[in-house]
Design a protein around this ligand. Structure first.
Ligand SMILES: [Zn+2]
Ligand SMILES: [Zn+2]
Length: 441
């Protein structure tokens, strides 16, 4: 399998003398299997260069475009991808479902006449749209696993398996928890990871021959950019080392990081990987460079095979928000009312009564409340066999390790710490619900 980096920059293109080495074009990575199937991961401005290269080859082109999400830095090169303008060329474009509009409509938005002279439906190339949920998919004979990432938008990570190797693409994503390892457990092991979201994220890259991972910020920069949806090299290296990844390419470089800064980041990431002594090769992805990924040891399967299908719902799902703070209810209304029927309860007792009367599809649950605290509510809910699978997203001001750990032990589905942003809350509710629907199908 061949991998080529056509765009490595995150957020916005940053051409210029100071970014020559690592590149200024936004994300686009080409993966080609030995059988000749071409996958294009993201269509940032880098995809324009790939398009120019592909135009040199004779004959019609077939390719699969995998979009993690549709923020600008992942789609801005799409209208400038020349093969789209050639009749006979065929493309399948995949992206996560559940963003509130169809994939075709979202892509057509940036090509309205106000922004671009050619409309999406005027492109001569044939385009098929495919909206994906979390699971396992066969696309043109290639096995592709998907998993939701932690970003203020519905965003999928991809694991491509072909030719006896696996390449995993994980951007845009940030740690679910400030604390990676539980204090009472040995760090460096998957089972010692505190937040179930981070553990699932690590398992998704288990044994991969190449992981391409978001590392926009340095550990020093990250606290000021928390909740923006991006990782540090430290997080990526520690997780990759814990699950036997062979090579780690850091990507989604911050626009503020010039080549000198990138070299220093690369030096620090390599030094950190060396501390783990697990033979993990780490580098910062450079625009224009590629590599051939050879089979190494046997592929270790990641997460158990999940059913692929569509979780698109006809009926509106019900979200019960439980918090004694009126402001949280107002924010939840803003975040969720467009897509869901939102109801509220002011304390734990009122929550249980509401669940009894009209069971919701998900509970968003505060921990510290009068009458009955959230943990007691969680225990009561889980004690009822009919509610054992009901998703419960804990939304709390308690970001400490003990609270996080206890909530997961008592059966929390996810754990989000205040202060949070509106896109974050809607994304986490949507991913919890998508998983739950996928399981029950
Ligand atoms: Zn991005
Ligand atoms: Zn993004």
């Amino acid at each position: 399998m061949r991998v080529h980096f056509w765009g490595t920059r995150g957020s916005i293109a940053t051409p210029g003398a100071s970014t020559v080495e690592f590149g200024g074009n936004t994300l686009s990575v080409e993966v080609t299997t030995d059988a000749g199937h071409r996958l294009i991961l993201d269509c940032g401005t880098g995809v324009r260069l790939l398009g120019m290269e592909l135009m040199k080859a004779p004959g019609p082109l077939r390719a699969t475009i995998l979009l993690g999400h549709t923020h600008w830095d992942h789609i801005q090169g799409f209208p400038f991808f020349a093969p789209l303008f050639i009749p006979g060329n065929e493309f399948t474009i995949c992206a996560p479902e559940g963003v509130g509009a169809s994939l075709a409509d979202v892509l057509a938005g940036q090509m309205e006449f106000t922004y671009f002279p050619v409309k999406l439906d005027q492109l001569p190339g044939k385009i098929t749209y495919r909206e994906l949920n979390e699971g396992s998919h066969q696309i043109e004979g290639v096995r592709i696993l998907t998993q939701y990432l932690n970003h203020p938008a519905i965003c999928l990570g991809y694991r491509v398996e072909a030719d006896g190797v696996s390449v995993v693409y994980l951007t845009d994503h940030e740690p679910f928890s400030d604390t990676l390892w539980r204090a009472d457990a040995e760090s460096g092991k998957v089972e010692s990871i505190l937040h179930h979201g981070d553990r699932r994220h690590a398992e998704f890259m288990r044994g991969a021959d190449l992981v391409i991972h978001d590392s926009q910020y340095t550990p020093r920069e990250y606290p000021a950019k928390k909740n923006w949806g991006h990782s540090t090299y430290e997080y990526a290296v520690r997780l990759a080392a814990a699950v036997g990844v062979k090579q780690l390419a850091l990507i989604h470089h911050d626009p503020l990081h010039d080549d000198q800064t990138m070299l220093e980041i690369e030096r620090q990431a390599v030094a950190l990987a060396a501390q783990h002594a697990v033979g993990l090769r780490v580098f910062c992805a450079r625009e224009g460079e590629g590599l051939i990924v050879h089979p190494s040891a046997a592929i270790v399967q990641p997460v158990s095979e999940q059913r692929s299908g569509t979780s698109r719902q006809q009926k509106r799902l019900k979200v019960l928000v439980v918090d004694d703070d009126i402001n949280i209810h107002l924010l939840a209304e803003l975040a969720l009312a467009r897509d869901y029927d939102v109801s509220s309860a002011e304390d734990g007792q009122a929550c249980l009564e509401a669940v009894c009367k009209d069971p919701p599809d998900i509970i968003v649950l505060d921990l510290n409340m009068p009458n009955m605290d959230g943990l007691t509510v969680l225990k009561r809910v889980r004690a009822d066999a009919s509610l054992a699978e009901l998703p419960v997203l804990v939304l709390t001001g308690s970001g400490d390790e003990a609270s996080t750990r206890t909530a997961f032990e008592e059966g929390a589905t996810d754990y989000l710490t205040k202060p949070f942003t509106i896109p974050q809350l809607s994304t986490r509710v949507t991913t919890c619900l998508a998983r739950s629907l996928n399981r029950s199908m």
